[in-house]
Design a protein around this ligand. Sequence first.
Ligand SMILES: [Zn+2]
Ligand SMILES: [Zn+2]
Length: 340
Amino acid sequence: MLRRLPIYLLLDCSESMAGDPLKAVETGVMSMISTLRKNPHALETAFLSVLTFDAKARVAAPLTELISFTMPKLTFRPGTSLGAALDLLREQMAKEIVLNTKEVKGDFKPLVFILTDGQPTDAWSEAAARLRSSSAIKATIYAIGCGDEVDFETLSKIAHYCLHTDDLTKEALGSVFAWVSASVGSRSTRPEVEGEGEVQDIPLKPGLKLIDIKNPPKFTGQNKRVYLHVLCSKTHKPFLIRYQLLPNSPNYGIKDILIVSDDFLSEGALKSPPIDANRLGGMPVCPHCGALGWFQCTCGTLNCINLEKSKNNIVTCANCHQLGRLAAAAGAFNVDGSVG
Ligand SMILES: [Zn+2]
Ligand SMILES: [Zn+2]
């Protein structure tokens, strides 16, 4: 019987990955697959599965042989439920992996690569403990943190090896996946040898650093990015304003504005500690109707300010359809954002 080398990719698809980073991840996985298909050892033994996580964890692709693997399209949603992803990983491995018995040699020790750029927003520690203790399957887990707000204190409790890249650019993520494919390629040459081809044997690509998991960098807990979920008051379509912490300041400026799918918030919008709206600078332009700025309805929904001139500058909330006349905001107020 064929002994497989199972590879699980756990990909963070929270809003912090929106836009170019997610495209770079797709490209990275596809180039990894084409590299591995050229490696006869990998082609013979490596099987790949992709799990994604946002507010929920999903099986984007079950464990599939390399030759017939097709990369699923990735979409982003709010939330970073790493705990749910670890539980899903445990369930999938229990279903998919053939264990050693007296009669047959089962699959080789699985490799798990977790790619994330944020902080988990759910109860990850119990899930991590379940994964590391209860399962008969002992996988080697790598966590690759990308960007400048990675919580390595958490990741070092989950993974056997942690790596860090500062950037979420195409080049940086390209380096990450080149390294991942080198690791898989190396493991697949002698997968029966425990520990062979693990991190110490693979030269790190430029920009990629190994984290000392016994002494991980302290996580400041400060959110460098805040996301506001806004509805266009004219078209009722959603969008996301991404704010970035300004240097040497407690305040945020607009980084970019992203159109999201209509069902973006349908599965578990999450609430983070409200943020003082006065700390959010800049005047966003609604990507749907071109209106300037946003306001918060009494129902809590954020709307773009599309004034209905014919009706004395009234705005209608896209969620609850209340009419509101726009008055100058007095003093500070808090809005619910998310930190993904
Ligand atoms: Zn609008
Ligand atoms: Zn409303």
